[in-house]
Design a protein around this ligand. Structure first.
Ligand SMILES: [Zn+2]
Length: 67
């Protein structure tokens, strides 16, 4: 796979992610502790809680799955 195609596919993923954020107001993040994928409603300003390991922290501890 060429670098060009890779970049194009990556941009497509970013675009899909943006559609989710814009239309559903939901972001997909990963737990900074265990890596579990978590859906997070973007209207909520409060801490995110990982349903798997129980980590409860601010949004910066839960990096975006796609960025
Ligand atoms: Zn976790």
């Amino acid at each position: 796979m060429t670098t060009e195609i890779k970049e194009k596919l990556k941009q497509e993923q970013l675009f899909f992610m943006q559609q989710l954020r814009d239309k559903a107001n939901i972001n997909i993040v990963t737990c900074g502790s265990c890596g579990t994928v978590i859906l997070h409603h973007m209207d909520k300003e409060d801490d995110i809680v990982c349903f798997d390991c129980g980590l409860e922290s601010e949004q910066y501890d839960f990096p975006d799955l796609i960025y």
